[in-house]
Design a protein around this ligand. Structure first.
Ligand SMILES: Nc1ncnc2c1ncn2[C@@H]1O[C@H](COP(=O)(O)OP(=O)(O)O)[C@@H](O)[C@H]1O
Ligand SMILES: Nc1ccn([C@H]2C[C@H](O)[C@@H](COP(=O)(O)OP(=O)(O)O)O2)c(=O)n1
Length: 230
């Protein structure tokens, strides 16, 4: 029996706050494709290590956690967000904090952790297609993706967006602290040896600093329709 055709993948990479998650959710819904939030896997790994008191540079122990994450994504009722259960506990809220983002960024530099999560990420590529959100979707995880977008925005714009996002959730954050967090994560994610945050050679780079959510979505949807003959 012939092998099924590999599922089409749209890879969306970029730094924190550039709008990847928002864009990927809209694209996946519009195309009725699967969605991979690869950052959630690194966040869950960092959180699991933190909850167990495992040092974030204990590569083998953290990689063991990554390989055996006890995680469940529970779809929300109509209009409700998906809940995320780690070891049976609902971690949906804490998963999205900047603190957890920093934990994720710290474990993400470990080669064994990245290796432990690679297969699980690639398993998301199922028919009819996958929208993949991350840092290395187009460079490492899905190098043959037919469409790769590298979404950026100025650090200031990304901090402003994150500030509004977290304030709307009732979190007490300051813009200055968020800008520092974002710049620290940008630096760590782009300067690490393995799978650094950088555009793939064949990625289309899109700066969303002066673009609204719908403008970014329409531009990328048009690219997808053209490139993938949708
Ligand atoms: N182009 C945009 N202009 C203004 N705000 C945006 C834009 N894209 C996303 N946002 C908002 O910015 C915040 C961060 O977006 P998100 O998709 O979570 O970014 P990322 O996944 O890249 O970290 C969210 O509140 C989102 O609604
Ligand atoms: N494919 C990925 C996804 C995330 N990471 C790491 C680096 C990021 O700072 C953290 C958190 O990623 P996440 O996409 O959840 O963060 P943002 O939503 O962009 O703020 O995980 C990674 O190394 N590779």
């Amino acid at each position: 029996m012939s092998e099924p055709a590999p599922a089409a993948v749209i890879a969306i990479d970029g730094p924190s706050g550039s709008g990847k998650g928002t864009l990927c959710q809209k694209l996946a819904k519009q195309l009725a494709w699967h969605l991979l939030d690869s950052g959630a896997l690194y966040r869950l790994t960092g959180l699991a290590a933190h909850r167990r008191g495992i040092a974030l540079d204990n590569e083998l122990a953290v990689a063991e956690l990554a390989a055996n994450l006890d995680v469940r994504f529970v779809p929300g009722e109509e209009g409700q967000p998906t809940r995320v259960l780690l070891d049976g506990d609902d971690v949906s809220a804490v998963l999205r904090t900047e603190e957890t983002g920093s934990l994720a960024s710290q474990v993400a530099v470990l080669a064994e952790v990245r290796a432990a999560l690679l297969g699980r990420q690639r398993d998301f590529a199922q028919a009819p297609g996958l929208v993949a959100d991350g840092r290395d979707m187009g460079t490492v995880v899905f190098p043959n993706a037919p469409l790769k977008i590298f979404l950026t925005a100025s650090a200031e714009a990304r901090a402003e967006r994150r500030f509004k996002q977290l304030k709307d959730k009732g979190e007490s954050v300051t813009l200055a602290a968020l800008l520092e967090d974002i710049q620290a994560r940008d630096k760590r994610d782009s300067e690490r040896e393995l799978a650094p945050l950088k555009p793939a050679d064949d990625a289309i780079q899109l700066d969303s600093t002066a673009l609204g959510i719908d403008e970014v979505f329409e531009q990328v949807l048009a690219l997808a329709k053209k490139r993938l003959s949708l």
